[in-house]
Design a protein around this ligand. Sequence first.
Ligand SMILES: [Zn+2]
Length: 506
Amino acid sequence: MADLTLAVLRQGGEAFMEALSREQYLAISGHKPNADLRPIYERFARVLGPGALELTRDAFRTATAGSEEWRSARALLDWQVTSQASRELAELDERLIAWEANAVIRLADGREVPYQRAPVEMATEPNRDQRLALDDARALLVERELAPMRAERLQRERDLVEALEISPGYVAASEALSGIDLGALAAECKRFLRETESMWAEVYGEAVRKHLGLQPGEATRADALALMRATRFDPYFPAADMEPAVRRQVTEMGTSPVADGRIIYDLGPRPGKRSRAFCAPVRIPREVYLVLLPHGGATDYRTLLHELGHALHFGNMRDDLPFEYRWLGDNSITEGYAMLFDHLLHDAGWLARYSALGRTRVGEYRRAAAFEELQFLRRYAAKLVYELELYGGETPWSSLPDAYVDILSSATTFRYRTADAFVDVDPGFYSARYLRAWQLQAALREMLTARFDEDWYRNPRAGPWLVRELFAEGQRELASELAERVGAPALSFDPVVKAIEAGLAA
Ligand SMILES: [Zn+2]
């Protein structure tokens, strides 16, 4: 067997990621009843062994900060840390998955609801007492059974990462591996929460009164689910038009919606196929699946546009980029492209041209969409602030549930519950990637509008530019570096806030 070098690791790593991604694609799309991940982990044991971790850690330590070797080693080490922790925690993860698949919520009136159905049931339950009763029963079950397992997972993952001594403490290690200054981002989040406070209070009060018949202060997170579901626009986003509409738009933008055959649309119904659209990059850039089961409705359109953004990114990457810049790197970038596309649903011109809303309903739809966006963003900003507290080590673990309720409830005005403090957490600060992606998409849109006009999404010069300057480059850069290279404004929440204000005023 060849010595384990970075070149050998890149080759094995790519084969491992392809095998994993193909298995996940086959299972989630219903081609196979379930994913057999353990044989893949066994087959590629060397790629995930202690030698591989040691190799990438040394490469990161010895490389000159800022050099190409350092950049590459950072991506490889980040991947090794995440994958090795997942392997260590595989047994616990399997228990968690099995619990979530089988748990049943039992209500006082004898009704039984599968745990995974609870969010949908709460969102669609018109009777508020029933909705809250379901949430009470859910919270009780979570507190007793799920929360301890999730807390154990968070603690063990933190301990595993801290033991690697990349930097002192989990937060500093995450910053070193991601290249994101989490403290600075959390400060931006706090400023964003302050600056949008009065705007939020105004639209929030109006929405809960009008659509829920409640006073501000009464509504809980379960009510938020019901409020955000807003199905009144669904007829204007018909299932049959969805895929043709987005294909037409990408074609009008001057690029191929299938990346010259590298993106494969998997549209057929199949037992066991997941109902939400998803993108599975099986070989990057040559074999990328965009899987969907069109039901229609604004949410379905948004998910398709989001996954299309990922698919165009993966399907258009330069194939001479090393493994780590195609498969790994700063996911704020791929999430930023996905959001650049899903935010087309906030654009008056796009909605008039590619949805069935008609000019008369565009304004009302945009106001509702901007409200939802503001709620979602305030929730994510608060999540990062809380997750820093969770991993920071200053707040005792037993005080975290109260901190969670304080931070999330004051940001969103919806009342959160202590039961969810360890359940509503994005592992490994993925929330920071989403927040960076939010900033990136808004910065890119400002730049694209300046360069290719308001309707850049159908300017035939825009598509080739996006492919060449953005998608082809994979994830070699950080989101902040990418914005600078293409002449977009520096990343901040300012253009995000501006867009939300415009939407609310539509
Ligand atoms: Zn995504």
